[in-house]
Design a protein around this ligand. Sequence first.
Ligand code: SF4
Length: 96
Amino acid sequence: MTPRKNQLLPLLEALVNPDLEGAACVGKAPAFDDEVPGESDADRLVRLENAAYICRGCPVRTPCAAAALEHQSVGLWAGQLQKQPDQFKSRRKRAS
Ligand code: SF4
C-alpha cells in the first residue's frame, strides 16, 4: 500500500473506514506495499504471497476490496495486488 502524494488523502480515508475495523493487516503495512525500495523480485513475490495469506483470514476482506476500488488504492488489498492504470500501461510497454 504505497501511497503517492495525490493518493495519501484517499488512503487515509480508507484506513479510518469503520468497515475496516478489525483488519488483520493493522501494524503490518510495509508487507502490503506494491514495491519496497531495494527489494528483489523474488523477495517481493514472497512478501506479497505472505501478505495475501494474511488477507485470506481477514474478517473485513469484502469491505476492503470495496475500499480499494473506491479509492483506487495501490498495493495489496483484499488479497489482490492493486495498481494504477498507468502502472499497467508502463509494464505492458516494457514487456513488448
Ligand atoms: S483483506 Fe488484507 S489488506 Fe484488506 S484489511 Fe484485511 S488484511 Fe488488510
